[in-house]
Design a protein around this ligand. Structure first.
Ligand SMILES: Cc1cc2nc3c(=O)[nH]c(=O)nc-3n(C[C@H](O)[C@H](O)[C@H](O)COP(=O)(O)O)c2cc1C
Length: 219
């Protein structure tokens, strides 16, 4: 698929065909693409726990949701639980502190004050986006969703991951169940146009380019 089409087609899918597993080679391709993601100092402080069997996914859902939520099984949870593949994206802050303590970076104090932006989470998020785009390119759908803060530590433990890891989010993947999938009501907010979010030269001067610029000139 042409790159622009992949980007335009990408949207979050919240209901999947549970009987159509994600082909192993698609999962592998998504993971390979994730490892092509940029990372500060090439620290690559990410791990991806891939859950493809029912037992593995159940272990995740039991840890990541409350018994009450599972009982209630609202449409969101019912839809997302039908995803045949979950990739839990973990970030590793220590990998960055260690990498930047190396001589070429020279932050031997390992002081977190050097990190006003937690690049371990940023980089892991970028990797997740590459997985979402790969799913679209392969004709599948994907969703990035978070684990509630009160379930974070126990979910990390349930996955057998080291305690210092943080769940940045989870990429669900599968074939969309178009009849059950509902778009997020948040989309009613509308997409902010480039001319509003992008500033030419300095904040406040809108970036007007391409089609938009021509319209302005003509009008
Ligand atoms: C960091 C992040 C966290 C998100 N968390 C959730 C979530 O927990 N549940 C969910 O259904 N969607 C989640 N979303 C999806 C957004 O609702 C969605 O991207 C947004 O409404 C725009 O829709 P689109 O991605 O389909 O274009 C998340 C997206 C991002 C980037």
């Amino acid at each position: 698929m042409e790159f622009g089409e992949v980007v335009r087609r990408r949207r979050m899918v919240r209901a999947y065909d549970p009987d159509r597993p994600v082909p192993e080679e698609v999962v592998t391709r998504a993971l390979e693409h994730a490892t092509r993601s940029p990372s500060a100092g090439f620290s690559q402080g990410w791990d991806f726990v891939v859950l493809t069997t029912e037992q593995e996914r159940e272990r995740f859902w039991s840890a990541a949701t409350s018994a009450e939520a599972r009982e209630r099984m609202d449409p969101w949870l019912r839809g997302v639980r039908s995803a045949p593949c979950l990739v839990v994206c973990l970030s590793d802050k220590e990998a960055y502190l260690e990498r930047y303590a190396e001589p070429d970076k020279g932050r031997a104090d390992r002081d977190e004050a050097h990190w006003p932006v937690p690049y371990w989470d940023v980089d892991t998020g970028m990797a997740a986006l590459l997985m979402l785009l790969t799913a679209v390119d392969e004709g599948l759908g994907g969703l990035f969703f978070g684990v509630p803060v009160e379930h974070g530590a126990q979910t990390v433990a349930a996955l057998g991951a080291p305690a210092g890891r943080r769940i940045v989010g989870v990429v669900a993947m599968g074939y969309a169940a178009s009849d059950r999938d509902r778009r997020s009501p948040s989309l009613r907010r509308g997409r902010r146009p480039v001319s509003e979010v992008a500033h030419r030269g300095a904040y406040g001067r809108p970036w007007v380019g391409g089609e938009v610029r021509r319209e302005v000139e003509q009008g």
